[in-house]
Design a protein around this ligand. Structure first.
Ligand code: PMP
Length: 304
């Protein structure tokens, strides 16, 4: 089978579906799949560097937690998924890229009763993903506060990486309408949760602050790496509820995620952030790159 090997962000690559490599044209789901009908499913998004997935263990653990929360049982072990990911990366011919692991509850009836879905569908989809252009990445992005709230304790736990991203999509649409790059979602109590697809950090007086996950933030794997880095290099870090006032008055602000990596913030709701990119951001970014180099190189060495 011939697979495309393009390098544009719109390029489509061979995918893995339920144990088989398939072309992008074959990667379809039934209209009765509850992932399609109801957003019933979950996913992971991760990056690979030098053909090695970054922190795959943690992504698999988070996937398992989402699956448990949704009570979806898949027939594939973590090792099966690892092998499938290697196959997808090899087929893509990309050295660096992005991967989505996606699980739907599978085909059922038109009604939403999950009991009627017997076989979940599992996909692995390689892609090139670039959230902002190089200029915005260097000079910082502008954020607005969205009117959309990330509700905590009122329904689906925001830690589940579910297929329903409408909160985030509506928030991003507000950012588009305001002519800025990204939007912040507050929770229903008015404290900061996260951005549409990134966690958020501020720096004040040399101390890093980020909202705790029970304020409505996803337990981001990039966020976790930043917390680890700050411990290892002696930057004080505090997981603390933050308000818009805290963000506006920060010395520095940045956002992070597997797709975004680390991006400095230059303004929030039209108020310029004091320094962008700031010193703490620059130091953390260097260490984050070293972590990628170390961890993604090491796996390659072991494989030889
Ligand atoms: N919050 C949301 C809503 C996200 O979709 C993402 C991207 N997965 C993140 C935060 C960042 O998480 P991670 O660093 O694990 O990609």
């Amino acid at each position: 089978m011939e697979f495309p090997s393009k390098t544009e962000t719109s390029a489509k690559y061979a995918c893995w579906k339920n144990g088989k490599m398939i072309t992008p044209e074959q990667s379809v789901v039934s209209i009765y799949d509850h992932g399609f009908l109801y957003g019933d499913g979950c996913f992971e998004g991760l990056r690979f560097y030098n053909r090695n997935p970054f922190r795959l263990d943690r992504h698999l653990k988070r996937l398992r937690r989402s699956l448990k929360a949704l009570d979806i049982k898949i027939q594939y072990s973590d090792d099966d998924i690892r092998k499938a990911i290697s196959e997808c990366i090899a087929n893509s011919a990309l050295n660096d890229g992005y991967l989505r692991i996606l699980v739907t509850r599978g085909e059922g009836d038109m009604g939403l009763n999950p009991q009627n879905c017997r076989a979940p569908n599992v996909f692995i989809i390689p892609a090139l993903l670039s959230l902002v252009n190089d200029n915005a990445r260097r000079e910082g992005v502008r954020l607005i506060t969205s009117s959309i709230r990330r509700a905590v304790g009122t329904g689906l736990d925001p830690r589940v990486k579910s297929l329903n991203y409408l909160h985030s999509i509506l928030a991003r649409a507000e950012a588009n309408a305001a002519g800025v790059e990204e939007a912040i979602l507050l929770n229903q109590f008015g404290t900061v949760a996260e951005c549409s697809a990134e966690n958020i950090f501020i720096v004040n007086g040399g101390v890093l602050f980020t909202p705790p996950v029970n304020d409505g933030a996803l337990e981001g794997i990039t966020r976790e790496a930043i917390i680890e880095i700050s411990h290892s290099i002696g930057i004080q870090i505090s997981e603390m509820s933050l308000t818009q006032y805290d963000l506006y008055n920060a010395d520095e602000c940045f956002i992070c995620g597997s797709g975004a990596r680390l991006i400095p913030v230059k303004s929030i709701d039209g108020r310029p952030i004091a320094t962008c990119p700031g010193n703490v951001f620059n130091i953390i970014s260097i260490h984050f790159q070293s972590l990628i180099d170390e961890e993604c190189e090491k796996v390659a060495d072991e494989a030889h």
